[in-house]
Design a protein around this ligand. Structure first.
Ligand SMILES: [Zn+2]
Length: 564
């Protein structure tokens, strides 16, 4: 009988509800899922790239298999550096264990590396194989990875590392510990050359590997459900004398806590990495955009149809498009990246890389929701400190890779609460102002609704700031202004008149640089018209700044604010 048929039959039986009839499981043809305990035919598992069809557990796979499913056919070229495993401590039984592992896995050690193409783009690739002593990192593993990174730096190649490891290799003691520093140092040199490093964390990645090269990717992807952590769960449990909650140290836990950019299914990984590589190809200046020159003398005198208070209300209108809608309308291939790499991922700020007219840009938006549920999820567009830190992380990355930055601002203000203060809201905003002032790539901010206070400014230290016709930008809300100055929050409309928060006023004050007209009764259904206008203006902005040197871009921004 064909194996597949056998398995299909057992499935049919189970769905028929006859649970007492256990399928016969011939030894060696089936494997048991480590997570859910399901029995799966090896053939089916092979077809599913070793992902459990019942619980989606991404089982560890061999390095060779990984290379086969990730790289372009026949493109992998192994890099051998004649390294030998050293039993420096004369650890008893270590040599025998290595011997046994080599026989069992047909590998010399726990890592394979070399060059390969992914989606037609050449990379240096490192793959750890957890079947070999849990892919623990001793001298060989550390040295092989370091030399691969060094060779990649020399050849100006991106590095892609698939991690899986129990951590340091105990048998090699302190020498093993040093591998953490060595690999990290090699990555620093690679980073300083402006080269891309992608990490893919697979099950399990722990200990000294997590505390070194695994956590240092420009972009950190993970397979779903992978165990990722520093200390082992048993160690933690015995230290804190508590049982750990379900999902502790999972990839999803790491995403929530800000350490993983994105979780990607194994079958999607190759395409996703290909896409990311495509977004990091350095474009030659002045080659991409057609020569469209902006009318630099923008209309300083603009007509204002509505009263300031009407503008405030229109800026807050729930039916106006939000940042995520502009992003998907104006840009192509947007990939969202999560997390500040310190504390968490703030859903009030959405950021990532996208293409605009074929060229990579970094896009970051303060995101309101479109209904109550999404507004709650997005905290009504009020960012937390880790949101600002995420935006800064993405901006720094944009600078590393020479990408212009486009920010959408739409916030009543930075989130005000206990957690925000504990997280250092003030420091986070200040840091953005400080760092943004020095970035050497062009930054454009478009205020699409409300722009309140330092929470807005933290994403508006830009070369240019534009506003939608019915948007507002102010030190605080008119309600707050009235209540602080006149002890009467109900005089908000009067405050709006006085505060000079409309695009017309701000243009006259030289605070902003352009105003985008809105169709009458502007609702999200009409976004297409506005997006077209934005696109055209954005093209002009990018075109202009392409002719600036990095120093000129920074100076231009510095002068913009020094004149205020
Ligand atoms: Zn399972």
């Amino acid at each position: 009988m064909n194996l597949k048929e056998l398995f299909k039959k057992t499935k049919t039986r189970n769905t028929a509800g006859d649970e007492n009839v256990k399928p016969e499981v011939p030894n060696g043809l089936f494997v048991k899922c480590e997570k859910c305990g399901s029995t799966i035919s090896k053939e089916d598992l092979e077809d599913d790239l070793s992902v459990c069809p019942k619980c989606n557990f991404h089982m560890p796979i061999s390095a060779k298999k990984r290379i086969e499913i990730i790289t372009d056919k026949n493109s992998f070229l192994e890099w051998e550096f004649q390294i030998e495993t050293k039993n420096v401590l004369d650890s008893s039984g270590y040599d025998e264990k290595l011997e046994m592992m080599r026989k069992k896995t047909d590998l010399y050690e726990a890592v394979i590396s070399g060059s390969a193409d992914i989606d037609d783009r050449k990379v240096a690739i490192v793959v750890m194989d957890s079947r070999f002593m849990m892919a623990s990192m001793g001298y060989y593993v550390g040295e092989q990875i370091t030399r691969t990174i060094e060779k990649a730096t020399e050849e100006r190649l991106p590095v892609v590392i698939f991690t899986a490891s129990g951590g340091a290799r105990m048998q090699e003691g302190i020498v093993s510990l040093m591998q953490m520093a060595k690999t990290s140092a090699a990555l620093k040199r690679h980073h300083d050359k402006g080269l891309l490093y992608i990490t893919v964390l697979t099950h399990p990645t722990t200990g000294g590997v997590t505390a070194s090269f695994a956590s240092l990717g420009d972009i950190i992807l993970s397979e779903p459900g992978a165990l990722i952590g520093f200390a082992g769960q048993r160690v933690i449990e015995s230290t804190i004398k508590q049982k750990l909650p379900e999902g502790f140290q999972s990839a999803e836990f790491q995403l929530r806590n800000g350490f993983v950019d994105s979780i990607v299914e194994r079958k999607e990984l190759r395409d996703e990495i290909g896409k990311i590589l495509g977004l990091h190809v350095r474009a030659k200046p002045n080659k991409i955009y057609s020569k469209i020159h902006r009318d630099k003398a923008v209309n300083k005198k603009i007509k204002q149809k509505n009263t300031p208070w009407e503008i405030v209300n229109l800026a807050r209108d729930k039916n106006k498009p939000v940042a995520t809608e502009y992003i998907s309308k104006i840009f192509d291939d947007f990939i969202e990246f999560h997390g500040d790499r310190y504390f968490g991922d703030d859903s009030a700020i959405v950021g990532g890389i996208a293409k605009f007219k074929g060229k990579p840009v970094t896009v970051i938006g303060q995101a309101k929701g479109i209904d109550t549920a999404t507004n709650v999820y997005r905290n009504f567009g009020m960012p937390s400190p880790h949101g600002y830190r995420k935006s800064l992380r993405l901006m720094k990355q944009a600078e590393k890779f020479g990408r212009p930055i486009i920010c959408f601002v739409d916030t009543p203000g930075a989130y005000c609460g206990i957690t925000a203060e504990e997280g250092g809201q003030g420091e986070a905003i200040a840091r953005n102002l400080f760092e943004m002032s020095g970035l050497t790539v062009p930054i454009l901010t478009i205020i699409i609704g409300e722009a309140g206070s330092g929470g807005a400014l933290a994403m508006a230290v830009s070369n240019e700031v534009w506003m939608m016709e019915n948007s507002m930008y102010a030190i605080l809300s008119p309600e707050g202004y009235a209540s602080i100055l006149w002890k009467d929050g109900s005089r908000a409309s009067e405050a709006a008149e006085e505060m000079r928060l409309t695009p017309k006023d701000l243009m006259e004050l030289g605070i902003i640089d352009d105003v985008i007209k809105e169709p009458s009764n502007y609702k999200r259904e009409k976004i297409k018209v506005v997006a077209k206008v934005m696109e055209k203006k954005l093209l002009g902005f990018l075109m202009d700044y392409e002719s600036y040197s990095r120093d000129e871009i920074r100076k231009d921004r510095y002068e913009r604010f020094s004149n205020m």
